[in-house]
Design a protein around this ligand. Structure first.
Ligand SMILES: [Zn+2]
Length: 416
């Protein structure tokens, strides 16, 4: 058995001098460090000054977009997507997607994400890259039919799902319609029906531009959330992303449905100069998760950074300092994501998945240590992560990706 020793921090509380005992892929027990001797432990990580966190759940990513970092800066969403990103994406080859997905995913993993929920083209290559690194991944093949985009052909979304369904413990296929304006109501109905039969997750961009809202209204006389409802997609298997133009009625409808809203505040602040009505969604009872979105426009696949921006931008957006407190933002990044993906993770408890992160907090920014949630949200960086464990296996340790025996620098050499 393995053990992590240090201060255990999950959304429910903080326990000093604690050992997390890991047996196979799950947490066997959480005990005072002094009682660790009762278990047959042969590998111990951490110690005094270390924090043990549930793995961060990166609930919306496009990791391969690491190739586009810095392209089309400071453009609004529709111009960024239509004039810069889509033309670049039409040039993708399978081999290139694999290389860039590997480095984008490695970046997220090294910064403490134990799970990614990725939405992209050539999804087999995204899934293969995750297996190489040993990260947990939910992967969807992006599809659309209202835009002529050969690499997003609708049939491939279903075929990808069937190829990966039940194949790998760490890779779960999901359905990934692109957005409410790029997928026809007919196709969205087909996807919702398929997802219903398979009890599969549906991961979709929702209300991410004003143009999207106007287009759905023009075509169907519906708001994006009403459109999802009409398609039969609105419910607890739905993971909607962004939601920055949701109206009040949509917030109510969405919150009641059991769906998750993935908040990517940095990405939306950069692309649209606004963020989602997260506080209203929380008040309505919606589940909130956090995602980095993609290296373009965000710049860094680091959920610690995302937590910091979520905490600050919600305060600015609402012009109130009492919203998005650090502990709640930490919950979104851990338990919120786990709940969205139906993972028994996000808390450090016996029986939960051993998807864990060890943070070396023996640094000035973690002093005095009275409010650990504040330090994690406002002071921590991904580079403070020393070890990442997925399914009970150390997959990133002291700068090395254990399954491939390479460092980030070596991956950097290979991608160029
Ligand atoms: Zn996205």
């Amino acid at each position: 058995m393995k053990a992590l020793v240090g201060t255990v921090v999950d959304w429910q509380g903080v326990r000093d001098s604690t050992a997390v005992i890991i047996d196979g892929s799950v947490i066997r027990d959480v005990v005072p460090a002094g009682s660790m001797g009762q278990y047959d432990v042969d590998e111990v990580y951490g110690g005094r000054g270390y924090l043990i966190l549930p793995g961060l759940v990166n609930a919306h990513t496009h990791v391969a977009m690491a190739k586009f970092r810095g392209l089309g800066e400071d453009l609004p969403m529709e111009k960024w997507l239509g004039d810069v990103i889509w033309p670049a994406e039409l040039e993708w080859t399978r081999e290139e997607i694999h290389r860039w997905a590997l480095i984008g995913m490695a970046e997220a993993l090294s910064n403490g994400s134990t799970t990614v929920n990725d939405h992209y083209f050539f999804a087999d290559e995204i899934a293969n890259a995750t297996l190489e690194l040993g990260i947990r991944a939910f992967v969807g093949q992006t599809v659309m039919d209202s835009v002529d985009f050969p690499i997003a052909e609708p049939g491939e979304g279903f075929r990808f799902f069937k190829r990966w369904e039940g194949e790998e413990e760490l890779v779960k296929p999901v359905l990934a319609p692109h957005a409410t304006n790029t997928v026809s109501l007919e196709l969205m109905k087909e996807i919702a029906e398929f997802a219903g039969e398979k009890n599969a997750l549906v991961h979709v961009h929702l209300s991410q531009s004003r143009g999207e809202v106007l287009e759905v209204k023009r075509r169907y006389g519906l708001s994006p959330v009403e459109y999802l409802g009409k398609a039969g997609a609105l419910g607890e298997n739905l993971i909607g992303v962004h939601g920055i133009y949701l109206g009040d009625d949509e917030v109510r409808l969405y919150s009641k449905s059991g769906a998750t809203l993935v908040h990517c505040s940095l990405s939306m602040a950069k692309l649209e100069g606004r963020i989602a009505p997260i506080i209203e969604l929380v008040e309505g009872g919606a589940n909130i998760a956090l995602g980095n979105d993609s290296p373009n426009p965000v710049g860094l696949m680091d959920l610690f950074t995302e937590m910091r921006f979520a905490a600050v931008l919600n305060k600015v957006w609402r012009r109130r300092t009492d919203v998005a407190p650090a502990r709640e933002v930490f919950r979104w990044a851990t338990l919120g994501g786990a709940r969205a993906l139906k993972l028994r993770a996000g808390l450090i408890r016996p029986g939960y998945l051993a998807d864990l992160v060890l943070v070396n907090a023996r640094k000035p920014q973690f002093l005095p240590g009275e409010d650990v949630y504040s330090h994690l949200v406002y002071s921590a960086r991904g580079s403070d992560v020393e070890l990442v464990m997925v399914n009970g296996e150390p997959v990133y340790k002291n700068g090395i990706f254990m399954k491939i025996g390479k460092t980030l620098e070596e991956l950097w050499e290979e991608v160029l």
